[in-house]
Design a protein around this ligand. Structure first.
Ligand code: ADP
Length: 286
């Protein structure tokens, strides 16, 4: 472990969540809130960092990350995606990226999508896309930190971080090490009736990270013949859940075979849909 990092850990109470208001060591602690935040590469100027989280896997978190990045890029902003889902990376596939990342003595170059979104994912570094990442938690967390510190992102208006699902080691590292300006919580309708989403929301609150809102994915199915919305998993509970958690409902995305096909073919940049326009507006207003 680097000396700098060791020092930081020694200075802070073990359970530091950067919230001094609830800490017994407040006032006796040499750390300042947010002091575990890592500096990004000196060549970078990253203005806003948005985490995309979910309670569990397979609910469309990577899809929402990709759609949000495409939306912001279409609005004319310099956009990037840091794929922190190291054991289940989906970003290169959604954008049809096969290239490996290159580097020089100053850092690693992000891999650009067809429309110029800068991305980095563990799959850009592995020899084979299908090689599993069988690494211990601290190594995975260290990799994510390096994606922040060692990648030459350049000038970025909005960086989206595709977080691993749940409330484990890596989300904790991202919240502590990256200056996250807010998170978007993605959920499927079934997940909303369980307590899983609440845990993700509460974790962000514990870490003093603003929750920008909730996106309900796979919310309904639109009949291709008559356009009627079919609530496959029952009537949407998204509004009710958002109110319960005290957060905003940013959007509802239908189950759409075209979306699945766009992801599978690496053509997510061609999607058409206005489901996340409100979320984009909210982020622009940050
Ligand atoms: P997560 O990141 O939460 O694990 P993904 O975004 O990788 O989930 O989505 C899992 C799979 O479901 C992907 O193959 C994706 O294309 C598909 N999918 C997600 N949302 C939708 C949707 N609204 N309509 C159709 N397919 C979807």
């Amino acid at each position: 472990m680097e000396e700098k990092e060791k020092e930081k850990i020694e200075q802070q109470p073990e359970s530091c969540n950067s919230d001094c208001s609830s800490c017994a060591s407040a006032g006796n602690c040499s750390s300042q809130p947010g002091s575990m935040i890592e500096e990004t590469n000196s060549f970078n100027d990253i203005k806003k960092v948005i985490g995309v989280v979910s309670g569990k896997g397979g609910v469309g978190k990577s899809l929402v990350t990709s759609l949000m990045a495409v939306n912001m890029s279409r609005l004319g902003h310099k956009t990037a995606i840091l794929d922190a889902d190291v054991t289940g990376p989906s970003i290169p596939k959604a954008f049809g990226i096969k290239e490996k990342a290159t580097a020089n003595e100053l850092g690693i170059f992000p891999v650009r999508t067809k429309t110029g979104i800068g991305t980095i994912s563990v799959n850009n570094l592995l020899e084979n896309d299908t090689d599993p990442v069988v690494w211990r938690g601290p190594i995975i967390a260290g990799t994510v930190k390096q994606f922040w510190t060692d990648v030459l992102w350049g000038d970025v208006d909005y960086m989206f971080v595709d977080m691993p699902p749940g409330t484990g080691d890596v989300p904790l590292t991202v919240f502590q090490s990256l200056p996250v300006d807010g998170i978007i919580v993605v959920s499927s309708p079934q997940e909303l009736v369980s307590m899983i989403v609440a845990k993700a929301v509460k974790m962000a609150e514990m870490m003093n990270i603003p929750v920008l809102g909730l996106v309900e994915n796979m919310s309904y199915l639109k009949c291709p013949d008559c356009g009627k919305e079919i609530p496959v998993f029952g009537e949407s509970k998204a509004q009710q859940a958002a109110e319960e958690y005290g957060i905003e409902l940013l959007g509802r995305i239908p189950i759409d075979p075209k979306l699945a096909a766009a992801c599978d073919k690496g053509m997510i940049e061609l999607y058409e849909g206005t489901w996340l326009d409100e979320a984009a507006g909210k982020i622009e207003a940050l």
